[in-house]
Design a protein around this ligand. Structure first.
Ligand code: ZN
Length: 96
């Protein structure tokens, strides 16, 4: 699999480290139950199809990226710096 790093260009996925689901939101621990916190910490989905993921370019620019990847075919729809994706997400939440 090749990931097109926005800073380094196309690179083998072996240069990257997978961190996990980029859609997970940490629960507000002041109001969340212990079960909700445990679910957040220990339970993971196993999605089939397009999925937003965090990847770290460990052997390159050492940037965190948000990769939209089809977990079935490994086709990558988009790659963006995590910082840019986070700003876009916060703007989307403000508008919604
Ligand atoms: Zn890079």
């Amino acid at each position: 699999m090749v990931i097109n790093c926005p800073y380094c260009g196309p690179r083998s996925s072996q240069e990257f480290r997978y961190r996990g689901d980029a859609t997970r939101q940490r629960p507000d621990t002041t109001v969340a139950t212990a079960e909700e916190v445990a679910d957040h910490l220990y339970l993971r989905d196993n999605p089939c199809g397009e999925h937003r993921e965090h990847w770290f370019h460990a052997m390159g620019c050492r940037s965190w990226l948000v990769v939209v990847r089809d977990t079935l075919t490994h086709a990558i729809a988009s790659v963006a710096p995590a910082r840019t994706a986070a700003v876009a997400d916060s703007r989307a939440e403000t508008v919604a």
